[in-house]
Design a binder for this molecule. Sequence first.
Ligand SMILES: [Zn+2]
Length: 351
Amino acid sequence: METSLNVDEIDSIKAHGLKDLASAGSDKELDDWRVKFLGRKGLLTIALRSLVSLEPSERQKIGSLANKTKEDLLNEFQSRKSQITAVQSSDIDSSHFDVTLPGTKLSLGKLHPTTQIIREICSIFEGMGFSVVEGPEIEWDEYNFQKLNIPKNHPARDMWNTFWVAEEDSSGNQMLLRTHTSPMQARIMETNAPPVRVIVPGKCYRYEATDATHESQFYQIEGLAVDKNITFANLKGTLYQFARQLFGENRRVRFRCDYFPFVEPGVDMSIDCFACQGKAVGCRICASTGWVEIMGAGMVHPAVLESAGYDPSVYTGFAFGLGPERIGMLKYGIEDIRMFYENDCRFLEMF
Ligand SMILES: [Zn+2]
């Protein structure tokens, strides 16, 4: 028979067990520990089995110590197990807050560059006494063309191919996506007595192929001033002032004859190139001409005044139209108008 079980041996199993338990760090290690000490062939189980070989008096004393040890080890095992479970669940707890981690960056929204340019242009004209109004994007042929001195079948309609939204009705009216914000000229004069000074920003549409300078959808800002004694000098002075405020105090302007059916005379207005200061050498902005065209304008055609109910022998006025995207392209050196509509955040965040 082996040497008999004694107090030292049981204490040694306990000390050994507690030491191993403290270093167990995972479910697997815990399980191995349980098998080694408390399993069917575990150290303590074997010790308990050998109790039978002891003298009855010894058996009781050693037996109760062995049972107490088993109980202690089991308790320690349970508490170590819950410790490990708590550590594991805290690792994946989303509410666990680590103050040393860098914070999540919040990106601030901002206005689209087109909106910024429109607001800047509108505020310049508001400073000269113009008010801002808006109109419908789906418009009647009558307002988009006829009241602007462009009757049906007029060849000038070729300049404004558009999207028709319905067939002509029985009275010959047809709706379309407006090709310019100019229809508001007639709408404003029909509902307001002179004097009129308005600026009309809004979306327009044309049926045409897109390229770096053309889009089928774009913005336009229309301006209209009508009163007694308005002359071409007022047109020039107003637009000159506008160009200097938007592009810089030293800008020069140039007016050249142009044709639009709803004005007479009509002009295109250019400013001297702000990129090369008019030197016109190797400049991409002005194509080395020294001048950059920024808008069309003219004195309101008497037929337009008359069709809106104003007496052209008493009232005169001037009108102009410009593309804010084109102005933005010039001002910020943007080379492709399509970038305004691509929603590429890398582009939008630059403004
Ligand atoms: Zn230039």
